[in-house]
Ligand binder design. Sequence first.
Ligand code: ADP
Length: 255
Amino acid sequence: MSSILKIDNISKYYGNKTNLTKAINNISLEVKKGEFIAIMGASGSGKTTLLNSISTIDKVTSGHIYIEGNDITTLKGNNLNKFRREKLGFIFQDFNLLDTLTAYENIALALQVQHISFNEIDKSIKEVATKLDILDILQKYPYEMSGGQKQRVASARAIITNPKLVLADEPTGALDSNSARKLLEIFKTLNEELNSTILMVTHDAFTASYASRVIFIKDGKIFNEFTKGNDSRKEFFDKIIDVVSLLGGDANHVI
Ligand code: ADP
């Protein structure tokens, strides 16, 4: 499998000499095409900073990040916007849908900046909506949808451009357990059937147990990591819980 993301010794500091926070402290990491990665760690450990550095929202203090061999830490202006739009898909905890647009229009927005015909856009939306089971809500506005439906619409918007890398920040954070389970099953399908590479930040062991590899961050450094391999999801979940307990997190979440 080829490498899609290579993080080479990055650090991200906030503040100044007298009050310095090392949000990321020398992290290196390689992600292969088709992996489904969960980044876990306690609050304040650096998960969001890491995700935001990969998504080019934050600029690293030092080190390099390569996506398909392109060093994104050196991209600027229009090149950066184009790269972000074409190569990355984003899924946020609070969905980030536009309230004045229907589900269909929200998803279409991701394609409109590219030069694609109306018919092709329509065909792609129907295809992705079928996969995410949202065909019947395409004409609804966000306020008419449940949290789980909104997150599936947001996921459709993220994957419709066929991004190299899907970045998700606490995607199940605002969902009830049934909606979370449904969304995670969809992520699993996208990952296994479409070979999408997914990198997801979560503090939740249940959510992380859907990934193929879990990476634990502590104080801005990689603390531990392991892959699911041939484990059942329950076995993988138990292993994750063990590390979460070690890290002093909340281990009460059960399957
Ligand atoms: P997590 O996502 O794991 O909760 P974050 O990446 O948000 O952790 O934060 C890591 C550390 O960096 C924390 O100590 C946090 O207070 C600090 N931090 C994050 N963003 C900023 C910022 N904009 N300015 C100063 N400190 C920040």
